[in-house]
Design a protein. Sequence first.
Lengths: 311, 272
Amino acid sequence: MARFVLRRIAFMLITFWVVISVAFLLLRLAPGGPFDGDRRMPPEVEANLLNAYNLDEPLYIQYGRYVWDLLRFDLGPSIKHHDFTVSELIAAGLPVSLTVGALALVIALVLGVPIGSIAAFRHNSWLDNCLSSSTTFGLALPPIVTGPLFVLLFAVMLQWLPAGGMDSASSLILPSIALAIPHAAAIAKLMRGSCIDTLGQNHILTARSKGLNSVRLAIHHVLPSAMIPVLSFLGPAAATLIAGSLVIEEVFSLPGLGRYFVQGALNRDYTLVMGGVVVYAGLILLLNFVVDTLYFRFDPRIRSQKQSEAL
Amino acid sequence: MKSTKQGFGLRLALGTLVCVLVLVVLGPMVLPWEYQEIDWDNINQAPSMDHWFGTDASGRDVLTRTLVGGRVSLIVALLATCVSFLIGVPWGATAGLVGGRADQFMMRIVDGMYALPFVLIVILLVVLFGRNVYLLFVGLGAVSWLDISRIVRGQTLVVRNEQYILAANALGASQVWIVWKHVLPNIIGTAFVYATLTIPGVIIAESFISFLGLGIQEPQTSLGVLIADGTKEMHSSPWQLAFPAGFLVITLLALNKVGDVLRDSISGTMER
């Protein structure tokens, strides 16, 4: 176990380092810079500006400086947001983004797992058909469609919930649901498939023939092993949740990290964009690490397989 | 009972896809409006006999724009999928054939890339190198080849251990001959199916990026751009949002359905 965890940590750190380096190089190699405006500025002013942000040094020194600062959790000053450091901007935006993302994940699990399992337990019935159809439909509803639709329906027409901004906790309801729908559908689909597989296995037949009632059967025998594919889905889901959150924050004008990132990308705020990449990549890698470790912990087959691989 | 129902769903999905394709290809040619034709006398018109889907804030016909936008989105998705196919198939096949440490290393790279924020990387690429369509689909393709490469590797491993490969080896066939004549034909079908499965994801990614103003730009248009424009006007003229969004959902629905059926149909051969 410890060996497996250590290997995963090493793998995670290496991936993180590669991502940071590639992003850093891409940003510096691309044509154009943060001070390109419509008006040419005097060369001495530009030189001063570049000097102030250490952009006039050779690339490898800039890179070394960045990595060194990163190790001390210093992401540097924002180039476009004057008087703010990148860390301050992230500290302002990240809690909002994390809350919406976490809420969406919880909603997706709370909806997806029961829908998938009920469909599986009533395999091929009218109920299964209904649930499976709505699952297929949910997969075709990206937040770019549901977001504006929800605003129109629940905020403008029915006026039940705020359309945007961050005035109260109720502002987070619509964004989280819109973000959750495709993930709920994906989880339901996975859950249905793996429940049906599990239900066909011999130990379930044994449990049934012993006269176990279906509720106990579901809770003790089917769900634990059927949940494993769902668990492994959560790692990659982190990346799509983040992509969705960029759109959702735009639609609902939430002051989250996604908006800073997109703005920074648009006006070449190098340090802010790098900060976004650091945070997003870190989050995704961390979640994948947690999921992998849990997976390893909960699936005895993987455990023995991975151990024999590691030896 | 079940199979006829499945068949009906599949036929409906295929029919929808054909309709979508015919509409986006022929529609803009048949319709009397140009997608960038501005008409200041007819801005924000509700759907009518003249403009079936209404007009937008510059008086442009929403139906024509939806079809042209759909066409751009589909082209970007298809080209991106081709790129992912061209990267994923050789990568997976090489890993599967060579095996050993090289295989482990190549698959570790794939594992690592699974944990990357893809859309962010495409956004970075697009912003840094200017917003052109080519970069958009190359970027999208370059980040969506992972599934294909994993599947192809798995298939290659299966095929590699088949009796007829052993027989070909025993008969003295060269490696290149074996790959070309025996391995590729056996994995290409599966690879195509998984390429089909990546299309909806690429369409969604493209629409996200364009929605944020980082992808396709005026005067070009795509479903993401149209939905972004529609969102700005949705309070007063909701049709500008409803039609492009509906078009996107219907296309995704049909693609997902066809993909599901295709995947089910090959899952038998996959589990050998």
